[in-house]
Write a protein that binds this ligand. Sequence first.
Ligand code: SAM
Ligand code: SF4
Length: 338
Amino acid sequence: MEREPLVDGHGRRIADLRVSVTDRCNFRCQYCMPAEGLQWVSREEVLSFEEIERIVSLLVQMGIEDVRLTGGEPLVRREFPRLVSMLAAIDGLGDLSLTTNGYLLERDAGALAAAGIDRLNVSIDSLQRDRFFQMTRRDALPQVLRGLEAAARQPGLRPVKVNVVAIRGFTESEAIPFAEFARERGFEVRFIEFMPLDGDSAWTADQVLPGEELRAIINAVYPIEELPREPSATARVFRFADSARGESAAGGQIGFIDPVSEPFCADCNRIRLTADGRLRTCLFSLHETDLRGPMRAGAPDDELELLVREAVWRKELKHRVGEEGFRRPARSMSAIGG
Ligand code: SAM
Ligand code: SF4
């Protein structure tokens, strides 16, 4: 069944949905979660697989084309590949992707590809074991790299991307090793500017390492050239100039997601569903729309559609990070679903 496309009050057509399948995580990244964890959402409050499937199906009927599964750490959710196969079977869904910390990927990569994940991003902030531990509070780099390689061995999971949160004073020295990693392994390594969504509320503007600086560090050693930007893409993507000229076999790409220094809100086409069934129209939304309550009270699809449409109509024009009066949302990244 097809429904009217989802359009917000600023004329943006909404086509991308991020679904958080759990707020729990086996890591405690400095920029995301406090060392002691957070107050987890109780099991009854978390959407069941059937509830997630119902909402995603409805949103696909309203023009959502791409769905990314995230968290928390999606792979800690029990029987997660079963949810993937349920969503992959939804008629009209164009692309089903996953963001993971990779810790359980060695175990799950085959099952995820078989269940219908099209591509995935693995988050890795350092290629040095001690620095990885410092950032994630887990001594897990070898395990994560094995997971990444397990994913890369699955022909159905392409492209494999690596997400690196860029933090001033930490990531500058990681830029060249990650560029070499991208060249050698053919991955797209994407640097993401640190946003004020950390669980410790310790973010300050001077910890943001702008993409521009990382671009300059990499370009000085391995010249890069920008590729045309896809509409509504969050990343500016570059390839290596020597591989473009055929002078080197080096593959790989480098992406920069710069929401703080170069916001890309103008053509944002994304909405988010939290693990406890709230619809969020911006990472930085101060307001959420509960879909779980009405759904469990027996609301038919037409009623849920109306709730979604009203929420999307009020989608924020832009985030206000860096502006006077900016207020952080109550939830931090792991509880929103990054
Ligand atoms: N646990 C999975 C992972 O780490 O890939 C999925 C969820 S995580 C919240 C999604 C992405 O958000 C990760 O790439 C992570 O590095 C990024 N992230 C978390 N907190 C962030 C912050 N404060 N600023 C920028 N990116 C952040
Ligand atoms: Fe967990 Fe991902 Fe947040 Fe790290 S970034 S604490 S892996 S949810």
